[in-house]
Design a protein around this ligand. Sequence first.
Ligand code: HEM
Length: 540
Amino acid sequence: MTDYIHSAIGVLQQWLEHTQLTVTNVGLALLALFVTSRVVKYRKGLRAVSYMPGFRIPFHPLSLPAILLPKASWNPNYYSPWTWRYSFYKPFPNDTISVVPYLVGSPTFYTTNVDVARQVSGGGHKCSFYKTPESSAAFLLWGMNIVAADKETWRKHRRIVGPAFNNSLYQMVWTETLNTYNDMVEAEGWKGKKEIDVPVIQTLTFKLALLIIGKCGFGFSFDWSSPPRSEDGSLSIQEALRIVADSHMIATFLPKWIQNLPTKKFKEVREAHGKLLGFMKQQVAERRAEVRSNSSEGRHDAFTMLVKANEDEGKLKLSDDELIGNVFVMLFAGHETTAHTLAATLGYLAYHQNLQDEVYDQIASVLGRDREPTIDDYPSLNKVLAAFYEGVRLFPAGHIMIRQAYEDTVLNIPNPVGEEGVTTFPVPKGTNVIVDMIGVQYNPRYFDNPGEYRPSRWYGISNESESFSAFSIGTRACLGRKFATLESVCFLALLLRDYRVEPALSNGETKDEWRDRVLDGKIILTLGVNNVPVKLIRRV
Ligand code: HEM
């Protein structure tokens, strides 16, 4: 008997090694097998997939098969499991499908179609869809905010938060990214080194994104090398913000009684939350006093702008908790997303040296060898931006948008490619519509050879174009898109100006094996790539 158990464990271990799956993913895989089921019937022309009702999983069943698939087993010529995610839709006649519960409950539509996404995601007076509180739970820890709010509440938040994303903030994002890059080179001891090993590029991109949100979003003065605790042992605000960002999933999804257990990790998380909350309350009061006494003129961070806009507002002011909620939501909407996309972009550019050369040639022609970039260079660095846009297309950090019909309505679903027109489907109140953003980005309806990393597909396309659907579309599209692109273009231009980025291969590994290992997706709250190990070779 023990022999059987040992050999079963052995087989499982081998399979895990082969597929590079973690134990958590195996758990999810088993759940997926149980939840996802066979195609059962056509429902008014859309083919339906049926699943057992009653499961409330943090992300939808389509995420799960993509995670559980052993690499490349479905198509030896293709390496990204995310293309498989799109191919999920291939057996169906349309790029919008409905998933119908076996027993009770209303069906859910899954769509990879931009027109359907526009109908459900935009908000607005005429839109019959909204974000349910359950789907926004991850954003509601610190108070109501623009991401979680809907309808009238959203409009109230947007009026105050929208104006904070202005040219002064953008100038600050650029300047602070430049300062942070120089700070990083100094603090990491890169000066004078010809070759630098970076085992995980995410350690840099996550720190960069945190410092930029901390400085430009919260208006804190952070620096690359500040110690996590002061001499008296108390947590620094910078470290508290890092812990809060890193423990977001714990704080959102773990029951309170588990979070209150006396382990080192949970104690640290509680300390960080307590410290930040107290600090933010004090900051609201201080900034309000500054705004009232006109002494906030030199401050352009989003937090101060928000307090200012709120002071100027008449009846529809935000409460202090809502102000704090909106500052924190920038951390959760803008930190991981930007950091993951930068890591994916650098991974692709390391793998495709010819494309990196093309980007570098532009940087060199715009900046020369050592001129610091200014925000006026941003439009001329369009190939850097295109490299970033292609990174976010292939790994759209905001990989899912969940909406629900709050009244009986219809969806106008475009007919399959090759057939003109739309078909109108009745959508009863309570029906969920899930916009599968990975599916959208890999949908051949919109992108020629969608699995290929090809930044040139974005050349000559206006920045305002809705083709960049990875930031969503319509009135509720990402408010931080320019924030993210300015930060990323500035950082990439500096890094690629100074260093050639190459894959750091492990023993005996080929470049293609590196690509398969690294440029593979993982989802926690947002979608990113695996750890990206690179070598930075100083350009002379
Ligand atoms: C690569 C980086 C980013 C990506 C891929 C991204 C993606 C998205 C997506 C898909 C949405 C729509 C979500 C939905 O409607 O369910 C969204 C909304 C939003 N994002 Fe971003 N985002 C990024 C960076 C940022 C940054 C840096 C900030 C702020 C500093 C930010 C702030 C927001 C806000 C406030 C909203 C809500 C807008 C509204 O509902 O009116 N994002 N983002």
